[in-house]
Design a protein. Structure first.
Length: 337
């Protein structure tokens, strides 16, 4: 029996989709196995030098394990950078014990550090054996935009009425927007004007570096529909954000306010919420908030803490000893699509 690890190619996509449906027990119509999404996620043009984003371990010509990777570069407050990867769509044929771990170990070698946010309990157990350690929890915050509409749109369950009551009693807070100094402008693509925000940041905490190519690739995601916005104050560019909307829900994929001022972040969150509300179908919006300034900003806009997920880190050379908290967002992984 021969086994080989290799990058996923266009000809593998249909078999990969079937493999994910089988291992994750997805409904065949589940968008996570949609060929357009997999093509965009794993095969469409990636920023230069990034390498492949999806790997297969084959046995006798059949997929026995799959793992996708999302490369991330941490930008530390010292301006040092540390490369990392996080894993997505990790799946293995249960008839070949340990084969998924073999592929996972191989991909861990691709960067000096790796991390996993959330993940199923068995995954956490397996990766703690591989040397990952718990770095704390990262909360996800949500805000109700149209609780009545959500009540009417989603299938009725025992939770529907409780959800509606929660929505009606936790409205978002409208802000004065500092006498209209701030505005957000939708863009079909980001251009060079955002580069100073990506490179010379005023943020004093560890953040995940973005590239122009990476942001514009995100905007091409087939589902959810992504929208990019520039944040301006008195006409000056001070940030940007990307939201993705599908059906009744929006997610904040990335939000940058180039400021260490909590009030600026709060106004930024207000504009994110208002932009999501422009879509009449959207009933709720969700954001990952790994740093205190973003948490406080969301809370001041009426967002509530919906759930927490653990962050597991593999850092054998202790490169990230003083780096946490890191401002992870849904961009860093595949939780946003
Ligand atoms: C996670 C996964 C890729 C690991 O694949 P693998 O390398 O073949 O590993 P195995 O399935 O042999 O499991 C490794 C260990 O985890 C345990 N394990 C696996 N699934 C488990 C489960 N659902 N509950 C409890 N333990 C589990 C196994 O018993 C084994 O323990 P052991 O070494 O003490 O015998 C594979 O189990 C899988 O595809 N799971 C379904 C998809 C999934 O949940 N992916 C991760 C999403 S975050």
């Amino acid at each position: 029996m021969t086994a080989a690890i290799r990058p996923t190619e266009p000809k593998d996509l249909a078999a990969l989709a079937q493999f994910l449906i089988r291992i994750y027990k997805f409904d065949p119509s589940d968008h996570h196995a949609d060929l357009d999404l997999l093509e965009w996620k794993y095969l469409s043009q990636q920023p230069e030098g990034e390498g492949n984003r999806s790997y297969l371990l084959e046995k006798n010509g059949q997929i026995a394990a799959h793992c996708g990777i999302c490369p991330v570069t941490f930008h530390l407050p010292t301006a040092a950078t540390v490369r990392s990867v996080t894993m997505m769509d990790w799946a293995a044929d249960p008839s070949i014990p340990g084969i998924g771990i073999r592929l996972f170990r191989h991909l861990m070698e691709m960067a000096p550090t790796s991390f996993v946010i959330g993940g199923a309990p068995p995954t956490r157990m397996i990766i703690s054996r591989l040397g990952f350690r718990l770095m704390g929890n990262v909360p996800t915050y949500s805000a109700w935009l149209r609780p009545w509409r959500e009540f009417r749109t989603r299938p009725m369950t025992g939770r529907s009425t409780l959800r509606l009551l929660h929505g009606l009693t936790h409205p978002t807070r409208a802000r004065t927007n500092r006498a209209g100094e701030w505005a957000c402008v939708q863009v079909s693509q980001f251009d060079d004007s955002v580069l100073p925000l990506l490179t010379n940041s005023k943020r004093k905490w560890t953040f995940c570096q973005r590239t122009l190519a990476g942001l514009n690739h995100l905007l091409l995601c087939p589902r959810p529909k992504m929208q990019g916005f520039l944040l301006k104050r008195r006409g000056d560019l001070v940030g940007y954000f990307v939201i993705g909307s599908a059906g009744w829900e929006s997610r904040v994929l990335d939000l940058v306010v180039d400021s260490g001022d909590a009030e600026d972040w709060s106004v930024g969150c207000d504009l994110v919420t208002k932009a999501a509300r422009l879509n009449p179908e959207v009933c709720r919006i969700r954001a990952l908030a790994a740093v205190p300034i973003l948490r406080r900003a969301l809370e001041s806009n009426g967002y509530w803490r919906q759930y927490d997920e653990p962050i597991m880190l593999h850092d054998p050379s202790d490169l990230l000893d003083h780096a946490f908290p890191v401002s992870f967002q849904f961009f860093d992984g595949d939780s946003g699509y």
